[in-house]
Write a protein that binds this ligand. Structure first.
Ligand code: FUL
Length: 435
């Protein structure tokens, strides 16, 4: 090998990545702990019974008489949501804030005499009630004439981005939706640079096919489920990155915007619980689509379903029946447990006298040092023998295993395979079907 080639080969070796070495940023660690947020769609489509506007709706259609974002926020909070992402501009190009860069916005609507700012009011309401706030700004724009000219449109998008990123406080997330953009080339590098200038801590959401280096990846469907095998580190074009998954799905099936006479599409409580268990319960983030109606309020049935869902989650996961005073079983996410060096398998054991009855386990991994557990199992002892009730591969941020109700005097979590010393935040047991 000649010297320059040798140097290249050594350099490649020095930078070779192993997924074990890839860790989340502090912002990602915090964001994953939020677990559940909402994504709000509201705009001309709301008044026109549409999902994708063509960008030719007259701004005069936007006129919600009872606009009240506090009602949205309180409903989201009752469901347990910790953050709110507002669609500031959907594919129709209509801006819900008074942008200086277009006339196609709330400025020309009759709402508040053209002096209103939906984004500002929603951001204030969210923060007032303790929710973090984020923004969705559609790259695909069916109204803006500059869209035909890639360079001009890049400048337009950056201008809008700068307004949103510099006037509405800290943003928890920036949503880059890839829909409709297949044939368009964007200068994403310049968007990200602009975003980072004003929002160094915001996390960028994007489909991996759309943008190789987002901070959060799209789950790949809008039906509300993540894969059971859920790894936070994924390879994109030979480059490993911590990219936790976010699953977006609407409260009303297939409908991101409000539509009249649409009661049938509202998810049932059972469907909501299933979504929760297949997203949050598989270590993914859930972002639930909410759609205020043409009054500017969430429909009563949506408000009721959100509260019912939150109440049910609080009931099921309210009492950890396996709680004991040690770092793994104490229910405290800030204390962690690791097996002694060389222990194979690593084992957390709970002893219960009198025996406990439960039908699910919640296991959480401390991810700041990386995702390590690759295979685990859960066993219980009914007083005579051990029985396996659950097993899996990844644990990650949170793994919920649901099984038939059992009564046990001993329960154990076995870490059967890990890429490095496993760090478990908690192993909890609940009796969800018990009354
Ligand atoms: C999709 C969009 O096309 C939908 O209208 C909605 O905004 C959803 C969250 O993302 O890609």
């Amino acid at each position: 090998m000649n010297p320059p080639l040798l140097i290249l080969a050594l350099a490649a070796l020095a930078s070779a990545q192993n997924f074990v070495d890839v860790k989340p940023s502090p912002q990602q660690v915090q964001w994953q702990d939020l677990e559940f947020g909402v994504l709000i769609h509201f705009g001309p489509n709301t008044f026109m019974d549409r999902e994708w506007g063509e960008g030719n709706a007259d701004p005069s259609v936007f006129n919600p008489a009872q606009f009240n974002p506090e009602q949205w926020v309180l409903a989201a909070k009752s469901a347990g949501a910790k953050y709110l992402v507002m669609v500031a501009k959907h594919h129709d190009g209509f801006c819900l804030w008074p942008s200086h860069y277009t006339e196609y916005s709330v400025k020309h609507s009759p709402w508040k005499g053209g002096k209103g700012d939906v984004v500002g009011e929603v951001a204030r309401a969210a923060r007032k009630h303790g929710l973090k706030f984020g923004v969705y700004l559609s790259p695909w724009d069916r109204h803006e004439p500059a869209y035909k000219d890639n360079k001009k449109y890049d400048e337009y998008y950056r201008n809008e981005l700068r307004e949103l990123a510099s006037n509405y406080g800290d943003l928890v997330e920036w949503w880059l939706d890839g829909a409709g953009s297949e044939a368009h080339v964007y200068d994403f590098d310049s968007y990200v640079k602009e975003l980072r200038t004003y929002q160094p801590n915001t996390l960028l959401f994007a489909d991996v096919g759309f943008l190789s280096y987002g901070d959060i990846r799209w789950v790949g469907n809008e039906a509300g489920f993540a894969q059971e095998d859920n790894w936070n580190v994924i390879d994109r074009l030979g480059y490993l990155r911590w990219r936790p998954v976010e699953a977006d799905t609407p409260l009303r099936k297939l409908h991101w915007f409000w539509h009249p006479n649409d009661e049938k599409s509202l998810n049932s409580l059972a469907e909501m619980l299933d979504i929760y268990h297949k997203t949050v319960g598989r270590g993914a983030q859930l972002v639930l689509g909410l759609a205020p109606d043409n009054r500017g309020l969430l429909p009563d049935s949506d408000v009721a379903r959100l509260k019912e869902f939150g109440d049910e989650i609080r009931r099921i996961y309210g009492k950890n029946v396996g709680r004991e005073d040690n770092a793994a079983l104490d229910g405290d996410p800030d204390t962690t447990w690791s097996p002694p060096p060389g222990a194979q398998p690593g084992e957390i054991m709970g002893y219960y006298n009198p025996p406990i009855t439960f039908d699910r386990a919640v296991t959480t991994e401390w991810l700041a040092g990386g995702q390590r557990v690759q295979k685990y199992a859960i066993d219980f002892n009914d007083g005579t023998a051990w029985h396996r009730i659950a097993s899996g591969t990844s644990i990650g941020h949170k793994k919920i295993d649901i099984f038939p109700r059992v009564t046990a005097s001993q329960v154990r979590l076995l870490i059967l395979s890990a890429s490095d010393t496993p760090v478990i935040r908690d192993f909890q047991l609940y009796d969800g079907r018990g009354k």
